[in-house]
Design a protein around this ligand. Sequence first.
Ligand SMILES: CC(C)(COP(=O)(O)OP(=O)(O)OC[C@H]1O[C@@H](n2cnc3c(N)ncnc32)[C@H](O)[C@@H]1OP(=O)(O)O)[C@@H](O)C(=O)NCCC(=O)NCCS
Ligand SMILES: CC(=O)OP(=O)(O)O
Length: 323
Amino acid sequence: MSNLFEGIKQKVAGKGISIVLPEGTDERILSAADRLAKENVLKPILIGEVANVKAKASDLGLALEGVEILDPSTYENMEELVASFVERRKGKATEEQARKALLDPNYFGTMLVYSNKANGLVSGATHSTADTVRPALQIIKTKQGVSKTSGVFIMVRDDEKYVFADCAINIAPNSQDLAEIAIESAKTAKLFDIDPKIAMLSFSTKGSAKSPETEKVAEAVKIAKELAPELTLDGEFQFDAAFVPSVAKSKAPESVIQGDANTFIFPSLEAGNIGYKIAQRLGNFEAIGPILQGLNMPVNDLSRGCNSEDVYKLSIITAAQAL
Ligand SMILES: CC(C)(COP(=O)(O)OP(=O)(O)OC[C@H]1O[C@@H](n2cnc3c(N)ncnc32)[C@H](O)[C@@H]1OP(=O)(O)O)[C@@H](O)C(=O)NCCC(=O)NCCS
Ligand SMILES: CC(=O)OP(=O)(O)O
C-alpha cells in the first residue's frame, strides 16, 4: 500500500485542497489534521467551538498551525448557508429547520462543501454512518446517471489489493443498484491503480442454486453487461469460484473471470459489511474506506473503530476524489 498511497498523496499535495473534518475535538481527528497541515498535503478545516478545539489540541501537544477552525454558532456567512440549504431542500426544510440543522457539524460541514467553501468532507469517527452520510445524500446528491451512492473498501495486505462493495450504504440493493455499484466500483478501482476484474457475488455459481437472491445477482450481471460492456465482469459467483483459479475451472470454466477477480460486489449490505470486517480482523487486511462513490462532491465516512492513520489516509483519498 505504501507506494500506492504515496502516489495518491503526491497527486494532491500542495494543491491547497481543503477537507472539512467536522469532529473537531476528537483526538484522532486532531492528530490527523495537524499532520496533514504540517506536511502541507491539504488544508484541514475543523468544526467546533474554537476554544474547545484549541484546548484539546494543546492537551495533545499539537499546534494546529495551518488548520482552520470554524464554529457554526459564530460562523459569519451563516445566513448565506441557511438560504442555500432551504433552496437545495426545496419544500423539505423550512428556514427554521435549516437554521437548526446547520448547527449540527455534519450538516454545517456538508454545506461548506456544497457551497464550494471546501473541497470534501471526512467524518464518522464518532458519528454513525447514517448521521454522517445523510446530509450528503440530501444536499450533495448523486452524479447524473448514478441513482445510489455506495461505499467501497480498498482491502490491502502486502502486495494484494482488492475492492469490496457495497459495505456501507445500501441495505437491500436490487439488481439495478448492484449493476450501478459494480460500474462505479470499477472507476474507484482505477483511482487505486487496480485494473478491475469484477465478480458479482452470491451463494451460487452460474445457476448452481436458484432462488430470488441468486436471480437478483444474475439479473444484475445482465444489466451491468448491457450498461458497461467494456468491463471485465461476470457472475453470479460464490467467492471461491471468483477467487481460486482451480475452483473457477470446475465451477465456471467459460467465464471471463478465472479466479482472478479483484473487485467484489456483495449482494447485500449484510454480506458486504460482514465480509470486509472478517477480511480485516481475521485476514489482517488493512481496510481503507468506506470510500463513497457516485456523489457530486467527495464525502467520506470513517469507521468508528478508526485510528488517526485511517483519518489521515481517508482525508488524502477524499482530496484525490476532488481533483
Ligand atoms: C444511508 C441511509 C442512512 C439512508 O437512510 P435514510 O436517511 O433513512 O434515507 P431516506 O430514505 O430517509 O432518504 C434520505 C435522502 O437520502 C436519499 N438517499 C437514501 N439512500 C440513498 C443512496 N443510497 N444514494 C443516494 N441517495 C440516497 C433519499 O433519496 C433522500 O433524499 P431526499 O430527502 O432528497 O428525498 C440508510 O440507508 C442506512 O442507514 N444505511 C446503512 C448504513 C449503515 O449503518 N452501514 C453500516 C456501517 S458502515
Ligand atoms: C463502515 C462501518 O462498518 O462503520 P462502523 O464500524 O462505524 O459501523
